[in-house]
Design a protein around this ligand. Structure first.
Ligand code: SF4
Ligand code: SF4
Length: 470
């Protein structure tokens, strides 16, 4: 890792003494990365098209009448691949999060920061959307630097206004995208169509998120990855020498040295052209080894491959590889750590799978009223008094009925027997269960009850019924 309090005297190690984003005066280093071009950038561009299409299309995809994904943190309602997770399903949510974390551990141990470079929304939007807008309006890195230094003439005002206006529009779109995952597209479009005065807090939210995204992509930029994001800081513990990363093959590249015409080359393949540094959006030199700031964006691979092509050396001096592959020329992807994480993931997914399959749409608690006894009726039936709570674990309104199974008898609800349940709602009350005495063979009988919605059985549960001793 590049950040260290240790003062290094070896000039080759001096990069460890400072943070690339901060200069010697303690001020921010504003990076102007060269526009990347090459095979990996083209692949990432296509991947970005796919991932943005997915990101913008997903809120419109419905499954069983509800969104495929919803993260309503305000009301603690989540829908993950069509499975509604309400406040009662905290265990399901907790296990999903735990398995997600183990998956990240496993994925990072094998593939390093592949996520950061290819799929993280921060990198995708920053490098493939905002940076592209910047290149289109202000030109490549050198032109951007010149424009920033130039006085405020007409050209500068027009270009800067156009750039920041475009940034603002895209930030507004991203804020709406985020809210479509929180509220769902139906709710969001309803809010947009209705008068602003009816939804002041939500419009305030859209404005606030637009401002946050604008600040992030116009100013914070690489520092969101190097200063704010905790994932980058965990790399040191998540990776090992077998992890695949964007890496410089120092065995092949060193000692580095300029190329000289008509001279036999005695150095390694790195011609010290600094092109890999010039394209880096986080301003680091990949030749210093694995660094926290590297988001694996692949720009340096393309830059170096282009140089290798020009000087007639084999491509791949910077490539996806591991420390062991560079040094020992061999790599082992399946290590004991990977096996351990895989085993844990299989276990967690099995438990999760079982929970999802055995999950019911309602959760009913029916308990005998505290201190109550049985009542013997004149028609030779016995009555017990219960309190009940029914939780709706779906995102739809349901009108459940409760029926006794395997025994004749009836339920008499005290008060209004309307059990209509709002999405993720709860209803509670008291109910009398009346059972003919001849159906009761002992003092304590276990009764089976079912919750139905129409003819569809949603849940089955048991309770105890007390009768006089025979
Ligand atoms: S070192 Fe290379 S892969 Fe890492 S952030 Fe810089 S350009 Fe991207
Ligand atoms: S681009 Fe390649 S050759 Fe040039 S400095 Fe970087 S590693 Fe060396």
């Amino acid at each position: 890792m590049n950040i260290s309090n240790h003062v290094i005297t070896d000039p080759d190690e001096s990069f460890r003494d400072h943070f690339s984003a901060v200069n010697e005066d303690g001020k921010r280093n504003w990076f102007y990365p060269q526009k990347p071009t090459g095979k990996w950038h083209t692949r990432r561009a296509w991947f970005t098209v796919g991932i943005l299409t997915l990101l913008f299309a997903t809120p419109f995809i419905k499954f069983n009448g509800q969104p495929l994904l919803l993260f309503n943190v305000l009301e603690r309602k989540f829908i993950i691949f069509g499975i509604f997770i309400g406040p009662q399903d905290y265990w399901l949510f907790g296990l999903t999060m735990l398995s997600f974390m183990v998956f990240i551990l496993l994925f990072t141990t094998i593939f390093g920061r592949l996520w950061c470079g290819w799929a993280c929304p921060q990198t995708v939007f920053m490098e493939m959307v905002f940076r592209k807008i910047e290149y289109a309006i202000e030109g490549n890195a050198t032109k951007q630097k010149l424009l920033n230094k130039a006085p405020w003439n007409t050209e500068k005002i027009v270009r800067k206004t156009a750039k920041y206006a475009a940034f603002l529009i895209v930030s507004f779109l991203i804020a709406n995208l985020l809210l479509s995952y929180v509220l769902g597209v139906d709710e969001l479009s309803k809010i947009i169509r209705e008068p602003i005065a009816d939804h002041i807090p939500l419009f305030g939210g859209i404005i606030a998120f637009t401002a946050i995204f604008y600040f992030n992509f116009a100013w914070l930029r690489d520092q969101a990855c190097t200063v704010v994001c905790p994932y980058g800081r965990l790399q040191g513990v998540l990776m090992d020498r077998n992890t695949i990363n964007v890496a410089y093959d120092y065995e092949r590249g060193e000692p580095r040295g300029k190329i000289h015409k008509n001279q036999e080359r005695t150095e390694g393949d790195c011609i010290n052209c600094h092109q890999c540094v010039a394209v880096c959006p986080t301003g680091i030199d990949i030749r210093n080894g694995l660094q926290m700031e590297c988001v694996n964006c692949t720009a340096c691979i393309d830059a170096c491959d282009n140089i290798m092509d020009k000087v007639g050396f084999e491509k791949g001096l910077i490539r996806y590889t591991s420390e062991n592959a560079i040094v020992k020329k061999t790599n082992k992807l399946i290590t004991p750590r990977v096996i351990g994480a895989m085993a844990m993931l299989v276990l967690l997914w099995s438990v999760l799978g079982f929970m999802v399959v055995s999950r019911t749409d309602t959760q009913t608690m029916l308990l005998r009223a505290p201190g109550s006894q049985y009542i013997e009726n004149s028609d030779r039936s016995i009555t017990n008094l219960y309190t009940f709570k029914i939780f709706n674990k779906t995102n739809q309104t349901i009108n459940p009925t409760i029926r006794l199974e395997g025994v004749s008898g009836k339920l008499i609800f005290a008060g209004k027997p309307n059990l209509a349940l709002d999405p993720a709602g709860m209803v509670e009350g008291t109910v009398f269960i009346v059972v003919p005495a001849e159906a009761l063979k002992k003092r304590k009988t276990t009764l089976t009850l079912s919750v139905f919605q129409g003819n569809e059985k949603l849940e089955e549960f048991e309770t105890t019924f007390i009768a006089p001793e025979k």
